[in-house]
Design a protein around this ligand. Structure first.
Ligand SMILES: Cc1cc2nc3c(=O)[nH]c(=O)nc-3n(C[C@H](O)[C@H](O)[C@H](O)COP(=O)(O)OP(=O)(O)OC[C@H]3O[C@@H](n4cnc5c(N)ncnc54)[C@H](O)[C@@H]3O)c2cc1C
Length: 287
């Protein structure tokens, strides 16, 4: 298995910021994941798991130790009846299209989410009233010494939360349970949801999606807009002028710019609305 030294993480994240990872590897099998984990243990390297980096803010100093990426080299999917068995690096949007191709309904919401199945399960990703958690029938997970399976009842999930976060396992594969549906209706729903995204989200600029989790009873974008922060900029990081819930990289942003902008938004929203905003994007790397 190849180890790439000093890999620039800004190239691996949709936000396009962050310093280098000491080592990056891209396993192609469960055995290779375990080999990487054992190598890290032997050499006392901390381990960070990533998918497509679409929900990541990597600090400017970068990531010490080993980054394991499950993405395009870990992307096989098979349809069996109304189920899709897929490895963790499958793009969620590709699975949504695969489901539609087989007239299976349930994954329409995921067509515009730019991450991997593994990242989506970790985050319990969701959009437009749908989320991945309720569709997951089985998860195959990996640690350095074990390969295990969680059934539906074992996979505790909540809003942008899943057991993967607390148990710190690597998702290798999952079974997504869908329902037979009408292909034309499925495709129509996907098209409509995609059009809503294009209309409301800054998809032409680098971002990590929604910056903050939605606090109960509030809409983050509306609060940030009401606080006059739409378009507010620190260095190259800007509160999107299209959707205030997104921070975009205008071209020259550093991770520090993004972190300072996050802190400024949190402080302003706390003062104006007495609401604590929690980042949805995952902040990783040396501080
Ligand atoms: C334009 C845009 C729109 C977005 N819209 C949405 C949306 O509508 N809804 C939504 O929920 N999100 C959205 N996101 C955020 C993001 O796409 C999702 O959170 C996605 O599920 C992350 O997947 P990833 O592969 O990119 O994960 P990464 O960003 O690489 O990682 C995210 C987290 O998952 C962990 N992880 C990744 N793979 C694994 C694995 N195999 N095993 C264990 N842990 C793993 C990582 O350690 C990290 O903590 C959007 C992002 C962008 C840029």
């Amino acid at each position: 298995m190849e180890l790439i030294k000093n890999f620039p993480m800004d190239q691996l994240t949709s936000l396009g910021v962050g310093g280098p990872a000491d080592f990056l590897c891209k396993p192609k099998s469960v055995a290779e994941i375990q080999a990487a984990l054992n190598y890290a243990r032997e050499h006392q390297l901390p381990v960070t798991i990533v998918g497509y980096g679409s929900n990541l803010l990597v600090t400017d100093k970068g990531i010490r130790g080993l980054v394991i990426q499950l993405a395009e080299h870990f992307a096989q999917a098979h349809v069996v009846g109304a189920k899709i068995r897929a490895t963790a690096g499958c793009l969620l949007s590709s699975l949504s299209k695969l489901a539609a191709h087989h007239s299976l309904t349930g994954l329409e919401f995921a067509v515009g989410i730019p991450g991997s199945l593994g990242g989506a399960i970790y985050m319990n990703a969701g959009a437009y009233g749908g989320e991945i958690g309720p569709l997951i029938e089985e998860i195959t997970w990996v640690t350095a010494d074990e390969v295990g399976v969680w059934r539906k009842a074992d996979f505790n999930y909540g809003y942008r939360h899943s057991r993967v976060q607390t148990d710190r396992v690597i998702v290798a594969e999952a079974v997504v349970q869908l329902k037979p549906g009408n292909k034309d209706e499925i495709l129509k729903a996907m098209k409509e949801l995609q059009a809503r995204r294009i209309a409301h989200q800054p998809l032409d600029q680098p971002s990590a999606g929604s910056t903050f989790k939605r606090p109960p009873g509030h809409y983050v974008g509306s609060m940030i807009e009401a606080a006059n922060l739409k378009g507010y900029q620190i260095g190259g990081a800007q509160v999107s002028t299209k959707h205030a819930g997104f921070i975009v990289n205008t071209g020259s942003a550093t991770a520090q710019d993004v972190l300072e902008l996050i802190a400024h938004i949190q402080k302003t929203i706390k003062a104006k609305f007495d609401v604590d905003l929690q980042p949805e994007l995952q902040i990783v790397g040396e501080k």
